[in-house]
Design a protein around this ligand. Structure first.
Ligand SMILES: Cc1ncc(COP(=O)(O)O)c(C=O)c1O
Length: 484
């Protein structure tokens, strides 16, 4: 029977084990140890193609820039580049990595809300496609820096669009209360003020509404806002923009298993199960913006325009799986008044039996490598990699290895933002290998060595089906590499 999480020719059960691109994940776990991240190059290509489909529904060139902050191990950046994507970077470090794997300046889009001079120098001297400017102060700093470097910097001004969405509060970036960007009026004045500067090329405008956006319509509102801004910039400075940048934010469906849906509060459910085709959202947004411009007699502003997208999660999240081993187990009596049971019920397995004690499984994958499980209460679907085809009908409490009460796979604050229990086959025991799905984005990229834990290795299954180690497991020496 096909499981709800399976994806044909990518994520499948064979011989009862989880296979990725035809490769047995349990064998990879035995060879490299766990925790272990496994990525699929074919899936990266598939996702890049899917996003590039947006080009067919708009009437202008599309520039796709993978948001490196989602995952920037060099082997992944190479795979993204080979798949035909350009890149968005968010620091001098990511910019340096992008150059190292061979992205040219023309392929690089540089964001950041607190840039240092050396970072600006690196961006300007490499003629990046655009530095997204976060404030008027920063714009003057870029002009000064470009003058010193002896070049003209390509810039794009990041606007505050004031579009509220129902994604996680930490993932909202478009409100006046968020820290990003400048007010539109400031930007319009800047276009007029700097239009003749020999050290600045004001080529575009940018916004990013947020990440894991559940609402299709946010893109329509965003595009409309960008179009209105293009017209106002034209009025204020006579400038015809070369590009507009719609940011990233396309969602990934983390909750493909329908049987779990009622275990989530409505808001979380909507966010985790958000699912729409980026090309549909962009196509609709484009059409409405174009109609609006036509009505205002401003259709000519679209003539030589390029549309930029900067998706991270939707390119890399579902390409990565984290394998983890059960290292410990215990049972605990269920106490009705201790969180997370507040107002809750004891866990029932699929046969309807109510358990009076919980089976706890302690894994080797904690929030230091899957950070959002703690800070954002992120949900990653968990399965047995060794018994992937068995009924997952027995409830367990799952926790990671860190010395922190928050290092658990449920909502330890008792607010019910994650299911209290995870369903796995009966009789799970230490040594069994589990797989957390959709772990490719914002996981290893945010990882730390907290508790003196080695950062895990990464295997990339190449397009030809061969697994390749693209990052080794850290060693004792790595734990002290920067200590003097
Ligand atoms: C400016 C900017 N662009 C792109 C992204 C990528 O977003 P996502 O991974 O949701 O596509 C982010 C991340 O939040 C961002 O801040």
């Amino acid at each position: 029977m096909t499981q709800s999480w399976e994806i044909e020719n990518f994520l499948e059960t064979k011989n009862n084990r989880l296979h990725i691109d035809g490769v047995d994940t349990v064998e990879l776990a035995r060879e490299h140890g766990t925790p272990l991240f496994i990525y699929s190059e074919s899936r990266i290509r598939h996702n890049v193609e899917r996003l590039k489909n947006a080009a067919s529904v708009i009437g202008c060139p599309l520039k796709l820039c993978y948001a490196a902050k989602a995952m920037s191990t060099l082997g992944i950046l190479r795979a993204v580049k080979d798949a035909g994507s350009d890149i968005e970077v968010n620091s001098g470090g990511e910019l340096w990595k992008a150059l190292k794997v061979g992205f040219t300046g023309e392929q690089i889009n540089y964001n950041g809300n607190s840039k240092e001079i050396w970072e600006l120098e690196l961006a300007i001297s490499n003629d990046v496609y655009a530095i997204q400017v976060d404030s008027l102060y920063e714009l003057s700093l870029i002009e000064e820096t470009a003058k010193r470097v002896g070049k003209s910097a390509n810039v794009s001004l990041r606007l505050v669009p004031e579009i509220k969405t129902s994604t996680h509060s930490g993932l909202q970036t478009a409100m006046v209360t968020s820290k990003f960007g400048m007010m539109p009026d400031e930007a319009f004045h800047a276009f007029a003020k700097y239009k003749d500067s020999p050290y600045l090329k004001l080529n575009g405008i940018h916004l990013h509404i947020g990440s894991q956006l559940p609402e299709f319509h946010a893109y329509v509102d965003a595009f409309r806002m960008l179009t209105d801004s293009m017209m106002r910039i034209h009025d204020a400075a006579g400038t015809k923009l070369q590009h507009i940048n719609l940011g990233g934010g396309f969602p990934v469906n983390y909750l493909r298993d329908d049987s779990l849906r009622e275990q989530f509060l409505a808001e979380q459910r909507e966010m985790f199960s958000a699912d729409f085709e980026p090309a549909d959202a962009v196509g609709k947004a484009w059409q409405e913006a174009k109609d609006f411009a036509d009505d205002c007699g401003a259709a000519h502003l679209f003539d030589s325009l390029t549309l930029l997208l900067e998706p991270g999660r939707s390119i890399i999240a579902d390409t990565g799986v984290c394998l983890t081993t059960i290292r410990n187990q215990k049972t605990r009596p269920i106490t009705q008044n201790s969180p997370p049971y507040e107002g809750g019920v004891a866990a029932a397995s699929a046969d309807g039996v109510v358990h009076s004690s919980d089976n706890w499984l302690l894994t080797d994958a904690g929030f230091n490598i899957l950070l959002s499980m703690e800070t954002y209460k992120w949900y990653y679907h968990l399965i047995s990699a060794e018994r992937a085809g068995d009924a997952h009908d027995t409830p367990y409490k799952l926790a990671g290895p860190l010395c922190d009460g928050g290092d658990v796979y449920f909502d330890h604050e008792g607010h019910g933002r994650l299911p209290d229990h995870r369903m796995l086959p009966a009789d799970m025991k230490p040594g069994d290998v589990l797989a957390l799905l959709n772990c490719g984005a914002y996981s290893l990229a945010q990882a730390s060595q907290y508790n003196g834990r080695f950062l895990p290795p990464v295997v990339l299954i190449k397009e030809n089906g061969e697994p390749e180690l693209i990052r080794r497991r850290e060693s004792f020496e790595d734990l002290i590499a920067s200590d003097l």
